[in-house]
Design a protein around this ligand. Sequence first.
Ligand SMILES: *Cc1c(COP(=O)(O)O)cnc(C)c1O
Length: 222
Amino acid sequence: MITDNLKLIRKELPAHCTLVCVSKFHDEAAIMEAYTTGERVFGESRVQELSSKFEHLPADIEWHFIGHLQTNKVKQLIPFVSLIHGVDSIRLLEEINKQAGKAGKRVACLLQIHIAKEDTKFGFDAQELRDFLLSGQLTGMEHVTIKGLMGMATYTDDKEQVRSEFRELKQLFDEIKQSFTAQLPEFNDLSMGMSDDYAIAVEEGSTLVRIGSKIFGQRIYT
Ligand SMILES: *Cc1c(COP(=O)(O)O)cnc(C)c1O
């Protein structure tokens, strides 16, 4: 089933768009089925679960952290993670920079932007992001690389609302890329789109889609 699901999804994704297989709450056998068909990028939302899977599964898997990350979990995550999607505050970015420095690493991050018309989603708003980049604070953070932006649309059946939120995020992405080229030389990724809305996200310019249930089936939360 996983193999068939992946075939369908891959057909719909353009070449410039990377599939992040969101394997949170799914077991290692499920991940290995996707791995065997060629997938190498997996997304997890809990540090403990990610580190345990990292230890048991092939070393060429690229692990992305996609959920809300608490500052007190950063240190534990650094050794295993290749991209952190949801950096939603300066405080969190500072902690990642500090712990990455201690580990002698440079960690790739996406800044999460609040695009949904809901109070429940984390992230920067557009002006906060501009102010942060103008402040020069990033210049002192040598152990993080900002690779782009990430956002989650409102959870709704209204496709036009979802589309307009993704479009807004893409516009912000283009603006930031243009205005801060020197500060952000590796600013190339836009992470948007999940199982229910990735087709729209791809049309609106996503380069990284985070797909879970459409690949692995429903999650059983434990
Ligand atoms: C769980 C999760 C996903 C995947 O959700 P699906 O609807 O199962 O595709 C994507 N992004 C984030 C941030 C998530 O937490």
